[in-house]
Design a protein around this ligand. Structure first.
Ligand code: SF4
Length: 305
């Protein structure tokens, strides 16, 4: 979100002073402008997330956001929540610990494809397997933006990256399939063009339990688009509009992405199964019976404890 965007968002209403943009209260305005380049899709996703928070009515003191490293990793620092900017690839284990220590929190992980599916890939599918009670938002721009545009596990054949000057050639991750096959209970994908659907999906996912995963296809004009001579951010939005096909309920194994081909979007998975905490609680009760003492948050302990 550039300074110009921030200024444009503060609408002047004649005779009524300044009307605040509804998302401003979810942002740390003192940190504006962001580091994001003009046309970058990350700011659009943050706008959608702020609107989802606004609609949710949640007590914001009970919502925490955790990011890893990278351009998307800066999101936590711009949102006016309890924010944690963690080490590379480690947002999910950090968030899992946060949730286990304070089960009252809604914990959101917000990071990029490189951070979540490469260096953090191990944590991604194990958190899905365990059904850790987290919402994971993955902005997939097919590159490592902050470190110079290297190839990531989602860079499609034969896109150019700084480390694949003749074009990417490795098999890619179909992220919805990876997390769904590992056990995620909610899986959806939209692009940065689908702002209404994305905000609605974020709101729905925030209200659910278990491992929830939203992939957002978003433009990185500075590195990915420029290297591949694909134009500016606006042209990429037009591309998303033309190439996206909404298929709610599609089998995640069928939604893999190819370079400049159809982008299947929608909600693919929405199921229920016991969360990590519920499974642990059940097993401990079976094993220990009356001797089992459930975990109590420090601030909620009884006077006798
Ligand atoms: Fe966005 Fe790419 Fe710029 Fe990073 S380098 S802020 S991903 S446009």
């Amino acid at each position: 979100m550039s300074q110009a965007t921030v200024e444009a968002d503060v609408l002047q209403t004649a005779g009524k002073g300044v009307r605040e943009n509804p998302v401003d209260k979810y942002l740390r305005m003192e940190r504006m402008p962001t580091i994001w380049c003009p046309g970058c899709g990350i700011g659009t996703t943050v706008n959608c997330f702020s609107r989802a928070l606004d609609d949710s009515g949640f007590d914001l003191d009970k919502v925490a956001i955790v990011s890893g490293i990278g351009c998307t990793g800066r999101v936590a620092g711009y949102l006016k929540l309890d924010s944690f900017h963690t080490t590379h690839g480690r947002a999910i284990p950090f968030a899992t610990g946060l949730k286990l220590a304070n089960p009252e929190l809604k914990v959101v992980v917000y990071s990029g494809d490189g951070d979540l599916s490469a260096i953090g890939g191990n944590h991604l599918f194990h958190a899905a397997r365990r059904n850790a009670d987290l919402l994971v938002v993955c902005v997939n721009n097919f590159t490592y933006g902050m470190t110079g545009g290297q190839v990531t596990p989602t860079t499609p054949y034969p896109a150019i990256a700084s480390t694949t000057p003749y074009g990417a050639y490795e098999e890619t991750f179909n992220l919805p399939h990876v997390v769904a096959s590992a056990g995620a209970t909610y899986v959806a994908r939209w692009t940065a063009y689908h702002v209404r659907q994305l905000a609605k999906t974020m709101g729905e996912a925030l209200g659910k339990k278990g491992f929830r995963f939203i992939e957002i296809i978003a433009p990185c004009p500075t590195l990915y688009l420029r290297r591949n001579r694909l134009g500016e951010g606006l042209e990429e939005m037009k591309f998303y509009k033309e190439k996206s096909v909404i298929k709610n309920g599609a089998d995640p194994k069928d939604v893999g992405l190819d370079y400049r081909e159809e982008i299947v979007v929608g909600k693919f998975v929405d199921i229920e199964r016991p969360t990590l905490e519920e499974s642990m609680e059940k097993r401990m009760r079976e094993a220990l019976g009356a001797k089992y003492v459930p975990y109590q948050q420090p601030g909620k302990m009884s006077p006798r404890s």
